[in-house]
Design a protein around this ligand. Structure first.
Ligand code: ADP
Length: 234
């Protein structure tokens, strides 16, 4: 439809602008990082007096460079296509959990696993991890007072082809219907300064590129369920 056409042209334009801006930002970040090291070295013992400030500078520079990486991944996903492998979905979940263990402990979140997928999927390991960690971190953010995070894997066809489903369900704040409609939009966030609003839009791009789908179901005050479907690795 015309509306879809306009939307995809808009996205393409956003992509071009974003890639340009992200590349431009990379150089000054590298210069700042280098100079910070020099200042620290020149200050020698006195650098300790500004320990907190140095840490903050390090963290914020790191944060900017992460945002830039995310922007580039969103804008030029083809350049990040990388190398794909066959994975058992439960093994990928096993690999992701240690990365977020400290957050899970802090928020007192219990993990529930239902492993029934026998099929393997085909995807770049880092990208699949990125998608799952994105969803897990969002779920943790949605459960500030603790809760339950459930992972289900099962064999399930996708668009008439053999595939598998990975379900990530939280018992968090949930979303209104209006929010549900917007969550996959690039730059949509309700997290103010902490959010980029790119997590879900990048995740959707990566999953679609692998021939899969991602969907959300949610109820305010009850929780949210994201389901990813991926085709079985031939
Ligand atoms: P970000 O996390 O940077 O805001 P995302 O694209 O990952 O970007 O998410 C967009 C928005 O979707 C979030 O700001 C939040 O409002 C909503 N959201 C995502 N996952 C959940 C969840 N599990 N529960 C409630 N809201 C969520």
């Amino acid at each position: 439809t015309t509306k879809q056409l306009i939307m995809s042209e808009k996205l393409a334009a956003i992509g071009e602008i974003t890639a340009g801006v992200a590349h431009e930002i990379n150089n000054p970040i590298a210069v700042m990082q280098g100079n910070l090291e020099v200042v620290r070295a020149v200050m020698g013992d006195r650098a300790d007096e500004a320990k907190t400030e140095f840490r903050l500078l390090d963290e914020q520079i790191h944060r900017i460079s992460q945002i830039v990486t995310k922007l580039l991944q969103f804008a030029k996903p083809e350049e990040y296509a990388g190398y794909v492998e066959r994975h058992a979905p439960d093994n990928v979940i096993d690999d992701c959990l240690p990365l977020v263990q400290h957050l899970l402990n802090k928020a007192e979140i219990d993990i529930v696993r239902e492993k029934s997928a026998k099929r393997l999927l085909l995807m770049n390991r880092t990208e699949l991890q990125q998608v799952l960690v994105n969803l897990i971190v969002n779920a943790i953010h949605a459960m500030p007072d603790g809760g339950k995070l459930t992972f289900v894997t099962r064999d399930e066809d996708v668009d008439g082809r053999p595939g598998l489903a990975i379900v990530i369900a939280d018992t968090g704040v949930g979303m209104s219907d209006e929010l549900i409609r917007k969550v996959f939009d690039p730059f949509f966030t309700t997290k103010r300064s902490e959010g980029t609003g790119l997590g879900l839009s990048i995740s959707q791009t990566l999953i679609k590129r692998q021939g899969g789908r991602i969907a959300v179901e949610s109820e305010e005050g009850r929780g949210t369920t994201f389901t990813i479907w991926l085709p079985e690795a031939a």
